[in-house]
Design a protein around this ligand. Structure first.
Ligand SMILES: [Ca+2]
Ligand SMILES: [Ca+2]
Length: 112
């Protein structure tokens, strides 16, 4: 999902990337509407290091707090990895996506 949102592949989600992604899918639009999301507030809440974009670890807490519930509520409706994939029995779910993110993060931290 992170890669699907990150259109310019700089490993950071900008304000407009996140906004565009969520406004282009039904569940995202619904979520924004129902929660009265303010993009600036959302960003300042999750942009922990205040660099103006959402990095991998910042996205993880955003995903956990907000999106995991939606993904779990309607599995199959939400593309976790962009186009294609998800054809294996069961398909991806929020929990396995979070653990794969954590694994990726851990790997990154080791190299830093
Ligand atoms: Ca980006
Ligand atoms: Ca940041």
């Amino acid at each position: 999902m992170f890669n699907a949102i990150d259109k310019n592949h700089d490993e950071l989600l900008s304000h407009s990337e996140l906004k565009k992604y969520l406004q282009n899918c039904e569940w995202g639009k619904t979520w924004v509407k129902e929660n009265g999301i303010h993009w600036k507030e959302l960003f300042s809440k999750y942009d922990a290091d205040n660099d103006g974009s959402i990095g991998n670890s910042e996205f993880l807490s955003f995903y956990r707090d907000n999106l995991a519930v939606l993904v779990t509520a309607s599995p199959g409706d939400i593309p976790l990895e962009g186009e294609g994939g998800g054809e294996e029995a069961g398909g991806p779910n929020a929990e396995s996506y979070i653990s794969s993110l954590e694994t990726a993060l851990h790997a990154t931290e080791v190299h830093l």
